[in-house]
Design a protein around this ligand. Structure first.
Ligand SMILES: Nc1ncnc2c1ncn2[C@@H]1O[C@H](COP(=O)(O)OP(=O)(O)OP(=O)(O)O)[C@@H](O)[C@H]1O
Ligand SMILES: [Mg+2]
Length: 398
């Protein structure tokens, strides 16, 4: 409002003003407004450091090929990295994303969604959105109260932005979906121990990478990044045994390597002997497997425990059904949830435990199931195999 009654001009502006404002006394002629440049926001740089990433040349080359094709396509690019605890999902994601930082001028957002932290519940998207909005320059007092409003504002702010978003350790699709940016060229990476296939529908053309343990040369390369090359060359066989006892899992290789690095005079063969003791091997990974185990439904957790009774680590669904005393449909559902939690691997209609995970399942069995229950499960399994053999013999007689 312009007040000239007393000869001098006074300006007042009421209400909320978003962006620049113009105040004028008298205006003549047609008025046109042109949208100015987009509001700028701080450039977040939240990615943790990349750390060591040995033995992942093949995976990194595959990821580089993917981005070469899609990086300038102008629509969101989603990569979901799945795999068992400690296999190196976060390490791979960070290494790859650090290579791409220059291409994404609007910055990088990172959140640990605590899907399997074991020391608290998964982070609600509401909280993750609050963090992201503040990182994008929204004043804490102006962050909307409801999750829907937060997600809408996040999409508005991220539309057409060249942003990297790493959603680490996700627990569910419902947790991830509100954290997806608006349309535009953002690069989103989700890491998770679960499979989360429904994410394929969240972003058109989503890519999935299931990360498996390192092969022997890769695991040895990792070990030689922690322990000196000379020590490995002095005991090549022991070094090979060490990485194979670790099942090629980077987390376990790192834990063993750290032990060697802390004791310069210690022989690798000695650590191998220590690791050959199952309990010690498992201790390096118990916390991570516990996280996946706790997230299971009670039915799936029971099957997980009982499966450790099965002598060879590979089995068919019918054997699992016999062990748990449930029907084929029910066991298929439960086996799927164990595969989804990356506690079990599926291969050609059969299922297999990673040997460290089988040890973990066995530990849980001993903790949670009585001797009677264990024996009854074993008896059902033996009966199942006898009946299968009987049927095979009769079929051969025909
Ligand atoms: N290729 C690698 N080279 C060197 N170190 C690695 C590699 N992969 C993983 N690590 C190390 O192993 C440990 C476990 O890796 P990481 O945290 O990436 O696993 P993860 O699959 O993300 O596990 P989680 O499911 O628990 O989040 C970390 O200390 C990490 O730095
Ligand atoms: Mg991780």
């Amino acid at each position: 409002m312009l007040d000239e009654s007393e000869g001098d001009a006074r300006n007042e502006l009421s209400g909320t003003v978003a962006g620049p404002s113009v105040q004028a006394g008298s205006i003549y002629g047609g008025i046109r407004f042109y949208a100015g440049s987009r509001p700028s926001f701080p450039t977040p740089a939240q990615l943790p450091g990349p750390g060591l990433c040995a033995g992942r040349d093949r995976e990194l080359a595959g990821l580089r090929r993917l981005t070469m094709q899609d990086i300038d396509a102008g629509y969101p690019f989603l990569l979901v990295i799945t795999g068992v605890a400690g296999v190196g999902k976060t390490a791979l994601a960070l290494n790859w994303l650090h290579e791409l930082r220059e291409e994404y001028a609007d910055g990088q957002l990172f959140v640990d969604l605590r899907g399997f932290a074991g020391d608290g519940d998964p982070m609600p998207p509401h909280d993750a959105l609050g963090q992201f909005l503040r990182a994008l320059g929204i004043d804490a007092a102006s962050v909307p109260a409801t999750q829907d409003e937060r997600a809408a504002l996040f999409r508005s702010l991220t539309t057409e932005r060249r942003l990297i978003i790493l959603l680490d350790n996700a627990d569910s699709v419902a947790q991830v979906r509100p954290l997806l940016p608006g349309p535009g060229p953002a690069l989103i990476v989700v890491t998770t121990r679960k499979r989360l296939p429904e994410l394929a529908r969240a972003v058109d053309g989503a890519h999935f990478l299931h990360l498996t343990p390192l092969d022997e040369p890769g695991a040895l390369k990792l070990l030689s990044g922690i322990v000196s090359r000379e020590r490995i060359q002095a005991e090549p066989d022991a070094a090979l045994s060490l990485v194979s006892l670790c099942g090629g899992l980077p987390h376990a290789v790192c834990a063993s390597g750290d032990r060697l690095a802390a004791h310069q005079g210690r022989k690798i063969a000695r650590v191998v002997a220590e690791l050959a003791d199952d309990a010690r091997r498992l201790s390096a990974l118990r916390a991570v497997f516990d996280g996946s185990y706790r997230a299971l439904t009670e039915d799936a957790a029971r099957l997980y425990r009982l499966l450790s009774v099965h002598p060879p680590p590979e089995f068919e669904p019918t054997a699992a059904a016999a062990l748990a005393g449930v029907n084929d449909g029910e066991v298929a559902r439960l086996l799927d949830s164990l595969v989804e939690a990356n506690l079990l691997e599926a291969a050609n209609e059969r299922f297999r435990f990673h040997d460290l995970i089988r040890l973990h399942a066995h530990e849980k069995l001993m903790e949670a199931e009585s001797e009677t229950t264990r024996q009854a499960a074993y008896a059902r399994l033996v009966e199942h195999y006898l009946a299968t053999q009987d049927r095979a013999v009769r079929a051969a007689d025909v």
